[in-house]
Design a protein around this ligand. Structure first.
Ligand SMILES: *Cc1c(COP(=O)(O)O)cnc(C)c1O
Length: 404
């Protein structure tokens, strides 16, 4: 069992007050808090080894380059990629997805089909729509049911030899539903389609194994897994990364440049134009070490208890409805209270020091499906406690009494 109080002491912000009240941070789905080791590692980089990477012969440049590449290998092992050059540093999930959709612009043709799920974040919808507009390919949508689960029979029926790419999130940010991606990947491959997994909400809760999943791409952000903002990873299978054209042109991504013709660098540098977020990339490795030190098995156990406790306590409130009631769920709860706008509840409990997200969670199609403007979303991390959940439930009861 985790010693939660000891873990909480690693996160300085958790002992801050907000609006005069102890902070209860339940907006982990938007971004996680950072442990002191991560905060310290950022300062240490700038204090001790700051230099540009892959360029200088000088000692600091070498030290920075080594630290950056060590972090890449760390992340390779974390997600079990076959090669470290299949691990691309990005600025986040959004960047990773756009890198892939940009590449597919030179592959897709009119009549081809791109399949997205109805549970996606806008950043895994809009780039694919732009790709379809550019290429004349058709966007197909995998439908969902009232429990917030994808309808897998409908997915099977939509797949055909026209399907070139399937994209789906590992875990839905708006509802917390865990999708059956291994099955979906296998089915997509059977018709020859490539699969991108949006892992932004999964990596804080579990350790993905990209070889076991056999996905072609897996994108995630560093800032939702205790790492710095402006960091992320795109995993891509070597054969796909070789096939796709570069995303951006610039320094560091070339072999040779003349005005007649430029040849591109080998992987991973082909996709890493310009000076990257060096400190961020290095410190993302620190965050991954920190999470592994806590252990994903322990994280899963604790978060499962939090989810069960919160579900039970919230359902005590009359008129409260939870969205995303499927069985396979991460520690995210989306809900509304009859006749009350989510924003009003969110504002009142904010005054009591409680941070939740309200709104459409960058997933408007899900809100349209349920015919609601948005929800209140409480998303829990391993550093949250049952006591904090009780504080939230009491605050919501108070807000409800004020508003009804
Ligand atoms: C947060 C999130 C994104 C976008 O991540 P950025 O860090 O903003 O690029 C995409 N998909 C899902 C499921 C998310 O939760």
């Amino acid at each position: 069992m985790l010693d939660i109080q000891k873990i909480r002491a690693d996160f300085p912000i958790l002992s801050e007050k907000v609006n005069g009240k102890p902070l209860v941070y339940f907006d982990n789905g938007a971004t996680s808090q950072k442990p002191q080791v991560v905060i310290d590692a950022i300062a240490k980089y700038y204090q001790e080894i700051n230099a540009n990477i892959h360029r200088g012969v000088h000692t600091l440049s070498q030290l920075a380059t080594d630290a950056y590449e060590i972090s890449r290998v760390k992340i390779q092992h974390h997600i079990n990629a076959k090669f470290s050059h299949e691990v691309l540093f990005t600025s986040g999930t959004t960047h990773g997805i756009n890198l892939v959709t940009n590449g597919f612009a030179s592959i897709l043709k009119p009549g081809d089909e791109v399949m997205v799920s109805s549970l996606e974040h806008h950043s895994n919808i809009v780039p694919w729509q732009m790709l379809c507009e550019k290429t004349g390919a058709t966007l197909k949508v995998i439908p969902m049911n009232e429990e917030g689960e994808l309808i897998i029979e409908a997915y099977d029926a939509l797949l055909s030899e026209k399907t070139k790419v399937v994209t789906v999130n590992h875990i839905s940010n708006a509802l917390g539903i865990i999708n059956p991606i291994k099955y979906m990947i296998e089915k997509a491959h059977a018709v020859g389609a490539a699969v991108l997994i949006d892992g932004a909400q999964a990596v804080p809760h579990l350790k993905p194994d990209v070889q076991d999943l056999d996905c072609d791409f897996y994108a995630f952000s560093g800032h939702k897994m205790c790492g710095p903002t402006g960091t992320g990873i795109l995993y891509g299978k070597e054969e796909w990364l070789n096939k796709l054209p570069p995303y951006q042109g610039g320094g560091e991504m070339i072999k040779e440049v003349t005005f007649e013709k430029t040849t591109y660098a080998d992987l991973p540098h082909k996709f890493e134009a310009g000076t990257p977020n060096i400190a961020g990339g290095i410190v993302l490795g620190t965050a991954v070490d920190y999470l592994n030190h806590i252990g994903f098995h322990n994280i899963h156990q604790h978060e499962t208890h939090l989810l069960q406790h919160a579900t039970k306590r919230l359902l005590e409130i009359e008129g409260l409805k939870i969205y995303g009631t499927g069985k396979n769920k991460a520690s995210v709860i989306s809900f509304n209270i009859d006749g009350i706008h989510p924003y009003d509840i969110g504002s009142i409990i904010d005054k009591l020091g409680i941070a939740v997200r309200t709104g459409h969670h960058c997933a408007q199609p899900i809100m349209n499906f349920f015919c609601i403007p948005g929800t209140i979303r409480a998303s829990f991390s391993f550093y949250n406690t049952k006591e904090e959940i009780d504080i939230m439930v009491e605050a919501i009861k108070k807000a409800k009494a004020m508003l009804s």
